[in-house]
Design a protein. Structure first.
Length: 243
């Protein structure tokens, strides 16, 4: 009667366990990371718009607010956004940033490091204290009246923040009462009507799609609509999402 396992049998069993773990653990880690990002983005979206609603309550409709020029974005954010967050630091940072500012990294576009060619303001960066949104970078283009913001759900160290993973793009139109993810109806230049999830994720879309080949000489860049895809999917990151 056999009372135990031989050394060979133990080694074989451990080898099988190791192979299975090497195949499943990376998948489980990626799944967890996606869940954390999607949940953080949903909460950050709520935090940002709660602050906006408080500002609207204090100052009236967004269309009547001061500081409409791109060069005045820091004054706009200091008056209408900054007072409604607990912050660690806030600063008007250099235009065309390629480095960290007050601990908030610059943004790398999805797939490759390019940038929109439109003339934009220097971003006004707010580093928050607590909450799902770790930081905000507000900016405007001379050609558009809307306010745009990069919402950071993660602050990677010693590298740029990646669109669609660490940072997401939101838009506030002058006639709206909420920031919306770029890609939802009314936020995409040169486009009318609804844009399907599939088109945002796989194209074709002229600029700002949530896929590496999207872009062009406009005012958005690859990865800008990734937040819209996550929202359309019920604040989840599905298997066909660019990750």
């Amino acid at each position: 009667m056999k009372k135990g396992f031989t050394l060979a049998e133990v080694l074989i069993t451990l080898g099988i366990i190791g192979v299975v773990a090497s195949m499943t653990i990376p998948t489980l880690i990626a799944k967890h990371q996606k869940e954390v990002v999607a949940t953080s983005l949903r909460k950050a979206y709520a935090e940002l718009n709660l602050a906006l609603q408080m500002a609207i309550s204090d100052y009236g409709d967004v269309s009547t607010w001061d500081y409409s020029k791109a060069s005045e974005i820091s004054l706009w954010a200091e008056k209408y956004i900054k007072p409604y967050f607990k912050i660690l630091n806030a600063q008007n940072c250099s235009n065309n940033r390629s480095f960290s500012c007050i601990g908030v990294p610059a943004v790398a576009q999805l797939g490759y490091d390019t940038k929109p060619t439109g003339i934009m303001s220097a971003p006004y960066v707010i580093l928050t204290s607590g909450g799902a949104a770790k930081a905000f970078a507000f900016y405007k283009y001379n050609a558009y009246s809307e306010v745009r913001v990069h919402v950071y759900v993660k602050l990677p160290k010693n590298k740029k923040a990646e669109k669609g993973r660490d940072v997401f793009t939101f838009v506030l139109k002058p006639n709206k009462t909420a920031f919306e993810p770029f890609g939802v109806t009314g936020t995409v230049p040169f486009t009318t009507g609804n844009i399907s999830r599939e088109k945002l994720l796989k194209g074709p879309i002229r600029t700002g799609g949530c896929y590496k080949e999207s872009g062009g000489p406009d005012y958005y860049a690859p990865g800008d609509s990734c937040g819209a895809v996550i929202m359309l999917d019920g604040w989840k990151i599905k298997s066909d999402y660019t990750w």
